[in-house]
Write a protein that binds this ligand. Structure first.
Ligand SMILES: *[C@@H]1O[C@H](CO)[C@@H](O)[C@H](O)[C@H]1NC(C)=O
Ligand SMILES: *[C@@H]1O[C@H](CO)[C@@H](O)[C@H](O)[C@H]1NC(C)=O
Ligand SMILES: *[C@@H]1O[C@H](CO)[C@@H](O)[C@H](O)[C@H]1NC(C)=O
Ligand SMILES: [Ca+2]
Ligand SMILES: [Ca+2]
Length: 352
């Protein structure tokens, strides 16, 4: 007995929910899944709704039944074009919280005093899902590399626009789904949080997706060991071997790095005074001039390269020592030199 009652109840409920008369669709020119002329399925045919007493409460029910967001407008006067066939509903009176349009009060199916010029429509808001967002290479990027972001969304409201955002600013847009955005040859400036958004215009309304998750990029750099050489009037080519300079001559110590690293700062260390001098790189090199060779310029020189970006300092490994020897006269102007300074006593090998 109980079983039969439950069975009948289930049948009744199933019938109510799958009742074809509950079906509606949005049609007409400029219609989309969430806006258009309201059409009702009844007695095996689609018909329209008259705009008499058609208002936001009625539209709210249609929007809910369509699985769209809240109603933005209730249109009359065949705003989405005139339908054809029956005008199924007239004087629709929804309270706004019904689940189906046909649950609202109306004059009875097919009873109306309307023409298709009064066909009713709705504009519902569109609920867009959160886009997926990814980046390659992930998280840590080498300075000068290319970075590629991908943003995609799962929606029937296609052909919208994707925006790549960097600290709330739009930096790129794309109309394809998935959208790819490239940042070529990145520098430290690109560090920060990125996210993407999707926007779709429907019936003159712009709908925006929630923000994607945000992705943070960090830029890293590995600095090569600089090249170090010295040139002098006697030896114009920049030489990395032990170099002999003559008293009174000028010489120039040059540090350089390849052009595929950021500009930075060269630090030149000199053993004689155990001191560092620094010079910003220009075109990836720096020249330290020593105008008049003195014996106290003799010793080992080495160079390191430093780059500061995004508040961090990167330092290269140190070059091998470059040795500079002065062909200075031992007998005068050598008060500054230690007596046991070996380099003082070495002489330049004779060129053959
Ligand atoms: C629907 O709205 C009516 C009238 O505003 C109200 O009496 C009723 O409680 C509401 N029902 C629900 C389920 O919200
Ligand atoms: C710097 O020196 C360290 C230790 O000697 C070595 O492991 C590393 O590869 C060097 N880096 C470069 C860029 O030469
Ligand atoms: C740096 O390089 C640019 C382009 O190659 C050149 O025009 C400029 O003169 C260079 N500057 C120096 C200081 O060498
Ligand atoms: Ca009417
Ligand atoms: Ca109404």
């Amino acid at each position: 007995m109980v079983v039969i009652v439950v069975f009948l109840l289930v049948c009744l409920l199933r019938k109510r929910h799958s009742r074809p008369d509950d079906q509606i669709r949005l049609a007409g020119s400029g219609s989309s899944g969430c806006s258009g002329r309201v059409e009702v399925y009844h007695k095996s045919s689609w018909g329209t709704v008259c705009d008499d007493e058609w208002d936001m409460s009625d539209a709210q029910v249609v929007c809910r039944q369509m699985g769209c967001g809240p109603a933005l407008g209730a249109t009359g006067g065949a705003g989405f074009g005139e339908g054809s066939g029956k005008i199924w509903l007239d004087d629709v009176k929804c309270s706004g919280n019904e689940s189906f349009l046909t649950q609202c009060g109306h004059r009875g199916f097919g009873t109306n005093n309307c023409g298709h010029g009064e066909d009713a429509g709705v504009i519902c808001s569109v609920i867009l899902p959160k886009p997926s967002f990814s980046v390659t290479p992930a998280f840590k990027v080498m300075w000068g590399q290319n970075v590629r972001f991908t943003c995609s969304i799962n929606t029937e409201h296609s052909e919208g626009t994707f925006f790549l955002k960097f600290s709330t600013q739009n930096i790129q847009t794309s109309n394809s789904n998935p959208a790819t955005f490239s940042l070529p040859l990145v520098t430290f400036d690109i560090e920060g949080p990125y996210y993407c958004l999707y926007e779709k215009v429907l019936s003159g309304q712009t709908f925006t997706s929630p923000q994607s998750d945000s992705l943070k990029l960090l830029v890293n750099v590995v600095l090569p060991v600089p090249s170090l050489c010295v040139s002098s009037p006697a030896d114009a080519k920049c030489s990395s071997d032990t170099v002999y300079v003559t008293r009174g001559d000028s010489f120039v110590v040059r540090c350089s790095v390849p052009s595929d690293v950021p500009e930075g700062l060269f630090l030149l260390w000199f053993s004689g005074s155990n001191s560092l001098v620094s010079d910003p790189s220009v075109n990836h090199s720096a020249s330290f001039s020593f105008p008049l060779s003195q014996s106290q310029h003799q010793g080992q020189y080495s160079c390191v390269y430093q780059v500061t970006g995004a508040g961090r300092t990167y330092t290269s490994n140190t070059t091998l020592d470059l040795i500079i020897k002065c062909e200075c006269d031992d007998d005068d102007e050598t008060m500054m030199m230690d007596d046991d300074d070996v380099m003082m006593t070495k002489r330049r090998p004779m060129l053959t």
